[in-house]
Design a protein around this ligand. Structure first.
Ligand SMILES: [Zn+2]
Ligand SMILES: [Zn+2]
Length: 203
């Protein structure tokens, strides 16, 4: 796997472009569709799927632009976040007006085993939060569930702290060397977080 991370939008979401040969998956295309398209085209990559760690506005803003360019491009997320997608509060004007419902919505769990992906259901930040673990690459895309040194907020609609802590526990058994790319901010590893992130140090 090759991977490129582009920080997009006002909230600097880490949009990951994962590729195998000439085929790419786009994770959390939060904004700036033009920059994402440029990155794909300059690397001669054909997008095959959009994966969402969750449906918050800052992670979905470029879907419309990508699907305008590539109709048929599928959007994978956990079904429990479909209500978040078009919730009236899921916007932040003027940078993030309410987004239209994406075309071609699919259940992210159906990607299990493809490209060594293990989708891990991690609700708490949103009801349908997902982390994407690529076992062959030792890579975890943790969305807004786990950050370097912290965890996601739970005060937004559908958030729940006890649920999020249970989800964090699902991530602790991953190998220490696993590289973690969160939805925002710097990358880290499971080992670093287990030894320094207070939310992972509790038993
Ligand atoms: Zn979020
Ligand atoms: Zn976010």
């Amino acid at each position: 796997m090759q991977r490129t991370i582009i920080q997009v939008g006002t909230f600097e979401v880490n949009c990951s472009i994962l590729s195998w040969g000439g085929e790419a998956w786009i994770v959390d295309p939060g904004a700036e569709a033009g920059r994402i398209i440029d990155a794909l085209e300059s690397a001669r990559l054909a997008p095959r799927a959009i994966l969402l760690t969750h449906a918050h506005f800052d992670h979905i803003g470029a879907i419309q632009g990508l699907q305008a360019k590539w109709p048929g491009l599928e959007v994978f997320l956990h079904p429990a976040d479909e209500t978040v997608l078009t919730h009236p509060l899921n916007s932040f004007a003027p940078d993030y007006p309410p987004a239209p419902r994406p075309q071609n919505i699919r259940d992210a769990r159906t990607l299990a085993g493809v490209r060594s992906l293990r989708p891990i259901f991690t609700p708490g930040h949103t009801p349908g939060g997902m982390c994407y673990y690529f076992a062959d690459d030792g890579l975890l895309l943790s969305g807004d569930t786990l950050f370097a040194g912290s965890i996601g907020r739970t005060d937004l609609p559908g958030g729940n702290m006890a649920t999020l802590m249970a989800s964090i526990d699902e991530l602790k058994p991953l190998p220490d060397a696993t590289v973690v790319v969160p939805g925002h901010g710097p990358s880290t590893t499971i080992g670093i977080e287990k030894s320094s992130n207070p939310y992972l140090m509790r038993d």
